[in-house]
Design a protein around this ligand. Structure first.
Ligand code: BEZ
Length: 406
């Protein structure tokens, strides 16, 4: 019996005695053991994205491309396997706190990827920002607040701020000679911030917004508003809708006969991922965005081929943002050798991450953790986006109100 393991009370006393005898040496020798065990456990990625409703296509594109990127790297992060825990956000702001708390406190995810919707992003950032060890990565929602007053060391974005593509869109409308404009959007943070940015640039460059129309999200009853636009006869309309709502708006606009008399512009979400479904109605619509499908850099070529092969359809900007989210997680996990519990080191790695192989072209993180990136002007021709050129090189969001504490 001399080599048998102590049991019950005697085992507890053994541990106490042994630890007391060996002191610090025992404590430090147990740490690598614990770490070694932890390093074999999966890294948990919590996902809060829409898989139903008008933004379902966006959520699916992000998820598919993020998984594709991680699979391309062998399906591991920093040498550890990956476990995904996904929740359908249902685009519900009221449900956002409960969904976020479940992923952070119950599932104890290492990374929290989401959302698509700016209102949900603001709710999530208030819960996660500056607290705990979970790192939040926003793969779409452009809320200016998330990398503005709500910015935090553990909150990153791989997509855009609502200001970035929209300010440039307003400038393009003025540069193309339009003098009057009606803006139209869903009435929530994303659309309101995008229309405000477009209006600022349009009016700073000599234009005048004569009417701002706001529709409850995610309503698609556009007819009465389109009739009002017809009566106002502006030179241009500047609109934010996305996903299913964008298909309906662009089709209704054309069906009302406005397409040939009023130029339609918007931040790129108006036609992104839906230009095929919009058909002839989208022909000639001009938008500004941080991606254009026809970018001829080698990374974009390879990405488009791999996505098409994996999912049987072409990618879109939402997929690019998911893909770059995967790249960010890979870079961060590699930098800490898989020890993603080393929160400060993970944050350092993510803050200094660069994306030389992004399908959108080179970009890097700003101090506020938002992409510094090129903005392209695109036009839909034959159902596809055609890049008309870079309208702003390495554009950084002003990050108004961001006071990053580290
Ligand atoms: C947003 O809510 O931030 C958003 C949603 C869809 C497309 C772009 C932005």
């Amino acid at each position: 019996m001399s080599h048998s393991e102590p049991t019950g009370t005697s085992r507890r006393r053994f541990i106490t005695t042994a630890a007391a005898t060996a002191g610090l040496a025992a404590t430090t020798s147990m740490v690598p053991l614990r770490l070694a065990r932890a390093m074999k456990a999966p890294i948990k990625i919590g996902i809060l994205l829409p898989y139903s409703g008008t933004y379902a296509m966006l959520g699916n594109s992000i998820t598919d491309a993020m998984k594709l990127r991680i699979e391309q790297a062998g399906g591991m992060l920093g040498g550890r396997p990956v476990e995904y825990v996904a929740i359908d956000s249902e685009m519900s702001v009221p449900k956002a706190p409960q969904n976020t708390n479940k992923l952070v406190n119950k599932d104890k995810v290492d990374f929290l990827v989401g959302p698509v919707h700016s209102g949900i992003a603001q709710a999530m950032a208030k819960i996660v920002g500056g607290k705990g060890s979970t790192i939040m990565v926003v793969p779409n929602a452009g809320s200016n607040l998330v990398t503005g007053p709500l910015c935090a060391p553990n909150v990153f974005r791989t997509s855009f701020s609502n200001w970035q593509p929209s300010y440039l869109g307003g400038k393009v409308m003025a540069d193309e000679g339009h003098k009057t404009c009606v803006t139209m959007t869903w009435k929530y943070a994303a659309g309101l911030q995008m229309m405000a940015a477009g209006k600022d640039a349009f009016e700073a460059n000599g234009g005048k917004v004569i009417k701002s129309i706001e529709v409850p999200f995610p309503d698609v009853e556009f007819q009465a508003h389109i009739s009002e636009i017809a009566a106002l006869k502006p030179d241009a309309v500047y609109a934010f809708f996305s996903g299913g709502g964008a298909i309906k708006f662009v089709k209704d606009f054309a069906a009302a006969g406005l397409k040939d008399s009023i130029a339609l512009y918007g931040p790129g979400f108006l036609t992104e991922g839906v230009s095929g479904a919009q058909g002839d109605a989208a022909e000639g619509v001009k938008t500004t965005l941080h991606y254009s499908t026809d970018l001829d850099n080698p990374a974009n070529m390879a990405f488009k081929a791999a996505y098409q092969k994996a999912y049987g359809k072409p990618p879109n900007v939402f997929a690019v943002q998911g893909y770059d989210t995967g790249s960010l997680l890979l870079q961060a996990a590699a930098a800490v050798g898989g020890d993603v519990g080393a929160t400060n080191d993970v944050i350092d790695a993510m803050s200094s991450a660069t994306f030389a192989d992004s399908p959108r072209g080179f970009w890097k993180m700003s101090k506020a953790h938002n992409p510094i990136q090129d903005i392209y002007l695109r036009e839909v021709r034959g159902g596809e986006h055609h890049n008309l050129g870079v309208v702003s090189k390495a554009l950084e969001d002003p990050a108004t109100g961001c006071r990053m504490t580290s």
